[in-house]
Design a protein around this ligand. Structure first.
Ligand code: TYD
Ligand code: MG
Length: 454
C-alpha cells in the first residue's frame, strides 16, 4: 500500500508546513497547525474526459489584441444585491457570502434562487429537502426553476450538475463540502481549499456564476483559511444584530465592482425585504424632542443615509467609567470624548457614556462624528436637539470641524427628508446656492455648542 501523504496546515491562515511547529510563521497564531491527510489526485478529475479550453496551452497576447465583450451580468431580481455586486452576477464568478449563524444567509440565497428566471441549483449540506421546502413556503416562491440537492460530496454534485446544466449554482455551505481527493474532515483547511478550487474550475470553464455560503468565526473572519477569500472573486458579508430586524449586506472584496456599496434588508416573517429607501426607516417619527439624540447625514457608497445617534451620559456608578457603543467604534468615541474634554472644557472623564446607532446598523463614515458629539452634549446638558436639525462633519483632534466628501448629496438628502437645518464644516465647498434648507457652517466645537444651546 502506498504511504499516506500528509501535510501540516495552519487552520487560521492556511499556510502549509512540512512538519509540525507551535507557532505559524505566517500569521503568528499559536497552536493552529494541524496535520491533514492529502492524497493528490492521480484519479481523473471531474471532467477530465471532456475536452477543455483551459487545457490548451496559453500564449502571451498583447493587451490591446485581447478580445472582450461588454461584460454581461445576470440580474438577480434583488435591487440591493445587484447594487452591492456592482450590477448583477458576473458569469463564471465565485461569490462568497459570509455571516454569523442565524443571520439569514440561507434565507437570502434561497429567496434569490426562488425569484430568479434562470435554472438554479441550490446545494445544501446543512438542511434536508423538506426543511428547505418549508422555508420556501414562507418565502412565497414564484419560480419553478429552482432545484434542491442535498449532497456534500463534490464529485456527486458535479455529476448532478452535468445532467441538470444549471445557469446558477448555490452552495450552502462550503464548510460542509468534501472531496475525494483530500482525506481530511469536512471544514478543514485542505478540504475547503480543494472544494473551492474545484468550484472555481467549474465556474470558469462553464461560465456559471457560483454563490457560496461560508460560516464566520467568533472574531468575524470567515471560518477556515484566509485563502478562501483570496480564491473567490467577491466576498460579501451579511451582518446585523440578530435582535434587530435590519440586516446589512456589504462587499469586502469585489473584482467586478465597488466595495463601498451597502445593501439593507428587513427580516420579516416572509423573508428578507430589500429596503430601497433606508433613510426613512432609520430616523424616528416621534413628535417628542428627547435629549441625547442627533441625526447624521452619512454616505455609504453612492447612497446617502440618514442615521439617528443616541447617547446617554450619566455619572459613573463604579470607579472606572464605562464606554459602550453599538454600531460605532469605541476608540473613536473615546477620541471624541477626549476632544470635548480638552478643547471645550466638558468634564466627561468621570461619566459613563453609552452610544447607540439606531437600527443596529454600523457605518464607518467619519461624517457621523459631529452628530455623535451633539448627541453626547445634548444628553450631558439634558437639552434636546430639535428634530429638524441634522449634522454632517468630521471632528479633528484640535477640536476643529472638518469637511467631508460629497457634502452636496448629503445636504440634498437632508432637504428631501424635510430637515430645515444642516450643520456642516465651514470649509466645505458647495457650488449650488439655492437650497431650501438652512446651512449652518461651523469651524470649532465652541460654535456648535453655542449654536445648539444658546
Ligand atoms: P438562516 O437563513 O437559517 O440563517 P443562516 O443560514 O445565516 O444560518 O436564518 C434563520 C433566521 O431567520 C431564523 O432565526 C429565522 C429567521 N427567519 C425569519 O425571520 N423570517 C423568514 O421568513 C425566514 C425564512 C427566517
Ligand atoms: Mg444556513
Amino acid at each position: 500500500m502506498a504511504k499516506t501523504k500528509t501535510a501540516f496546515y495552519c487552520q487560521n491562515c492556511g499556510a502549509q508546513y512540512a512538519k509540525w511547529q507551535g507557532q505559524c510563521t505566517s500569521c503568528k497564531e499559536w497552536n493552529t497547525i494541524a496535520e491533514e491527510v492529502i492524497q493528490k489526485p492521480n484519479q481523473k478529475d471531474w471532467k477530465s474526459n471532456t475536452p477543455l479550453t483551459a487545457r490548451r496551452m496559453a500564449k502571451p497576447t498583447l493587451i490591446k489584441d485581447i478580445q472582450y465583450e461588454e461584460e454581461l451580468r445576470l440580474h438577480t431580481g434583488d435591487p440591493e444585491l445587484n447594487r452591492v455586486l456592482g450590477g448583477g452576477l458576473v458569469p463564471g464568478s465565485l461569490t462568497l457570502l459570509g455571516g454569523e449563524p442565524g443571520i439569514g444567509k440561507s434565507t437570502l440565497l434561497l429567496q434569490i434562487a426562488l425569484h430568479l428566471r434562470y435554472k438554479t441549483l441550490y446545494v445544501s449540506g446543512e438542511e434536508s429537502q423538506q426543511q428547505i421546502r418549508m422555508r420556501a413556503e414562507r418565502l412565497s416562491s414564484q419560480s419553478s426553476e429552482c432545484y434542491i440537492l442535498t449532497e456534500t460530496k463534490t464529485q456527486n454534485i458535479f455529476k448532478q450538475i452535468e445532467q441538470l446544466q444549471p445557469d446558477i449554482l448555490v452552495i450552502d455551505s462550503i464548510q460542509t463540502l468534501h472531496t475525494d481527493y483530500v482525506e481530511s474532515s469536512p471544514g478543514s483547511v485542505s478540504q475547503i481549499r480543494e472544494s473551492t478550487s474545484e468550484l472555481i474550475k467549474f465556474a470558469k470553464e462553464t461560465h456559471t456564476p457560483v454563490l457560496i455560503i461560508g460560516h464566520i468565526t467568533k472574531d468575524g473572519s470567515i471560518a477556515g483559511p484566509k485563502v478562501l477569500e483570496h480564491m473567490v472573486d467577491t466576498v460579501l458579508q451579511f451582518e446585523g444584530d440578530r435582535n434587530h430586524v435590519y440586516r446589512i449586506l456589504r462587499a469586502h472584496k469585489n473584482r467586478f465592482g465597488p466595495t463601498n456599496e451597502l445593501g439593507i434588508y428587513e427580516m420579516l416573517g416572509i423573508g428578507l425585504r430589500p429596503v430601497t429607501n433606508p433613510s426613512e426607516i432609520l430616523i424616528p417619527k416621534s413628535n417628542q424632542d428627547l435629549s441625547g439624540a442627533a441625526i447624521a447625514s452619512t454616505m455609504e457608497g453612492i447612497r446617502p443615509l440618514m442615521i439617528e445617534v443616541q447617547a446617554l451620559v450619566s455619572s459613573a456608578v463604579y470607579g472606572t467609567p464605562q464606554r459602550s457603543t453599538t454600531g460605532f467604534n469605541v476608540k473613536r468615541l473615546n477620541m471624541l470624548l477626549a476632544v470635548l474634554e480638552k478643547r471645550a472644557g466638558f468634564k466627561l472623564g468621570a461619566k459613563d457614556v453609552f452610544l447607540n446607532i439606531t437600527g443596529g446598523i454600523s457605518v464607518e463614515d467619519t461624517a457621523l462624528d459631529l452628530a455623535v458629539m451633539a448627541a453626547i452634549l445634548s444628553s450631558n446638558e439634558d437639552i434636546p436637539i430639535a428634530q429638524d436639525i441634522c449634522f454632517s462633519a468630521e471632528v479633528g483632534l484640535a477640536g476643529e470641524i472638518r469637511p467631508v466628501t460629497k457634502i452636496e448629496q448629503r445636504i440634498s438628502e437632508a432637504e428631501k427628508l424635510g430637515f430645515t437645518t444642516v450643520v456642516i464644516s465651514k470649509q466645505s465647498k458647495i457650488s449650488k446656492k439655492d437650497y431650501h434648507i438652512h446651512i449652518q457652517r461651523v469651524s470649532r466645537i465652541e460654535e456648535v455648542v453655542s449654536f445648539l444651546f444658546d
